[in-house]
Design a protein around this ligand. Sequence first.
Ligand code: GLU
Length: 370
Amino acid sequence: MDKDLPKRVVVKLGTSVLTCGSPKLDRSHMVELVRQMARLHQAGVEIILVTSGAIAAGREHLGFPTLADSMASKQMLAAVGQSQLIQVWEQLFNLYGLHVGQILLTRADLDDRERYLNARDTLQALLDHRIIPVINENDAVAIAEIKVGDNDNLSALAALLAQADSLLLLTDQQGLYSADPRNNPDAQLIPQVALIDDSLRALAGGSGSTLGTGGMATKLQAADVAMRAGIEVVVTSGQTEGVIERVCRGEALGTRFLPQGDALDSRKRWILAGPPPCGTLRLDPGAVKALCQSGSSLLAKGICAVEGDFIRGATLTLTDPAGGVIGRGISRYGSTDIARLLGAHSSDIESILGFSYGPAVIHRNDLVVL
Ligand code: GLU
């Protein structure tokens, strides 16, 4: 294998890329994208495809029916369209002697550690057999509460799940611009991003197209998660000739988001990909320093305040005294217990609570510093 090629890549194709802006799947463009992925696969790159377009495919297959603007209509279209979509992918990859395997996920599959590990094993088994995993959200059954909601964020979670080296978000724009290129002729393409901050988020604004769900804002959210897990992210246009191969070969196309630090281990990736935090611990400066500089566990004596109502095992946000987020971790104690332990020494936990789950409130293996 070419040593400069990434080993494992998640390619996310938005609805606007699959339809080329029309109301139908553009099969001639899809075959071109498959050709590139098949060539990379041939060169030894493991490809995972995150595909949108189920709802668009459903509308097309049913002949564009007039439907109520309801959740049930969308779920019906997704149920019809997803089977069409996966058939198209299977047929197109077959042209290159490859098979696809469909994985439909929801937020709930990723929040539960056991289900997350099952999904990870299935992905690995597909890759081991040289089958292309094709992932989408399980739109036909997922309701808002258990949805990731957009395939940008879903693809970042898939990249964490698969421990990919790169995530390629293909869309209908060349990348992230310094202003909205549709109404600002001076807008400049931003070629590289090392850190996503509020000013960059302000640039991204809301969703751009009418067919898909995402926009630059969800792409930034996805990039933020993936970068923190040590995964490189590229956002660029799916219409550029040879785009997937060219990006994988290192050509500077679109906006490249640099990975921050090394790849995280499996449990820490799940802390980022898994359930959203349901509480916050505010730490004192000493604890912030111990976590950020020495990789220590979080002890009760470094916690100044606890917010939220949560049980042991919950994922929490950790902040500095000013409220700035410094990390995320899984708590060994529930919120009522932590409230009684604020500032206490680890050796006093048993006498204060009458029991102990160990000296650390969050063990360093359960903690990701951001
Ligand atoms: N899962 C949706 C679909 O296949 C797309 C979501 C998105 O475009 O972000 O239609």
